[in-house]
Design a protein around this ligand. Structure first.
Ligand code: C2E
Ligand code: MG
Ligand code: MG
Ligand code: MG
Length: 289
């Protein structure tokens, strides 16, 4: 019977494992090709100040446009890119492309230093590679951008790495004037004391805490409130992620959150659409005064 169960288990798991391994290999090979063939694309999601709903920046989010025009979302390929090391060339591409687009936007709008920073996501693997600050500085210089034009988002897991490489990169980027944010804040395992050591500029309140906000239920905002209070006492700004409803917006405004990002005010969009969005927004701001 044991033998039989063993065989049954064997039959049950092997096709599944094979499928996953071949999915991974398929993705890895195709991702390599995608990078070489320029199939990756950055979408831009606007971020707004809570007061006045003024456009204050954007997050760049990578998409993979298949030859048939369909889009693959980052959740389907970033983890594989991280496991295979492809995240390093992919991350270099994201940095370069974000700077190129930021420079293009600057021409459109005649932006002053840091007026509309573009945030990019960095994986822990990229943070652990030496020379990050130098690469960022070179990229900014190559596109004639001030350091305020770029922000870097990292997750809490990066804070737990107290290697000299990570600590030095943080310090150098800050000294340069490139803003750093902690993404998905509250979902990781970092100790709060790391926040003092690493001195970041912004905390992004994870969507899971935003989606539970209910007007008239003070308890629903307990986590968001705690994050906002802590950020304020450490002189950091807060950005709420995944704001989908006016009710959530109002709750966050009442709690004193600084910035809002979410479908309520703007979805991630291709660059050309984002340029039109920025222009339309500039007209709104002018009209409002
Ligand atoms: P993230 O950095 O936390 O990005 C926010 C995600 O929430 C994005 O998903 C965005 O499209 C989505 N989102 C924004 N507003 C709303 C909303 O109101 N409702 C809902 N339900 N979702 C909203 P996306 O673009 O699929 O990206 C997923 C994750 O992939 C990102 O999470 C980030 O961790 C990673 N990622 C994206 N681009 C890059 C990249 O260039 N490099 C690296 N290393 N990671 C990236
Ligand atoms: Mg992010
Ligand atoms: Mg996030
Ligand atoms: Mg997230």
């Amino acid at each position: 019977a044991a033998k039989e169960a063993g065989r049954a288990t064997y039959r049950f798991f092997t096709p599944e494992l094979n499928r996953r391994a071949s999915d991974r290999m398929w993705t890895e090979n195709n991702l390599r090709r995608a990078l070489a063939n320029g199939e990756l694309e950055l979408f831009f999601q606007p971020q707004f100040a809570v007061g006045g709903r003024r456009l204050v920046g954007a997050e760049a989010l990578v998409r993979w446009r298949q030859p048939d025009g369909s889009l693959v979302m980052p959740g389907q390929f970033i983890p594989i890119a991280e496991e295979t090391g492809l995240i390093l060339p992919l991350g270099d591409w994201v940095l370069e492309e974000a700077c190129r687009r930021a420079a293009e936007l600057g021409l459109h709008r005649n932006l002053k230093d840091g007026e509309l920073p573009i945030a990019i996501n960095l994986s822990a693997v990229q943070m652990r590679r030496p020379g990050l600050a130098e690469r960022v500085a070179e990229c900014l210089a190559a596109h004639g951008l001030p350091p305020g034009a770029l922000e870097l988002e990292v997750t809490e897991s990066v804070l737990m790495d107290d290697s000299d490489t990570v600590t030095d990169s943080f310090a150098q980027l800050r000294a340069m004037g490139v803003a750093l944010s902690i993404d998905d804040f509250g979902t990781g395992y970092s100790s709060l004391s790391y926040l003092k050591r690493f001195r970041v500029d912004k905390l992004k309140i994870d969507r899971s805490f935003v989606s539970e906000l209910r007007g008239g239920d003070p308890d629903s905002g307990a986590i968001a409130e705690a994050v906002i209070g802590m950020a304020r006492s450490l002189r950091m700004q807060t950005v709420a992620e995944g704001v989908e409803t006016e009710e959530q917006f109002q709750c966050l405004a009442a709690l004193g959150c600084d910035h809002i990002q979410g479908y309520l005010l703007g979805r991630p969009m291709p660059f050309d659409e984002f340029v039109a969005f920025v222009r339309a927004q500039a007209r709104v701001d002018e009209a409002v005064g």
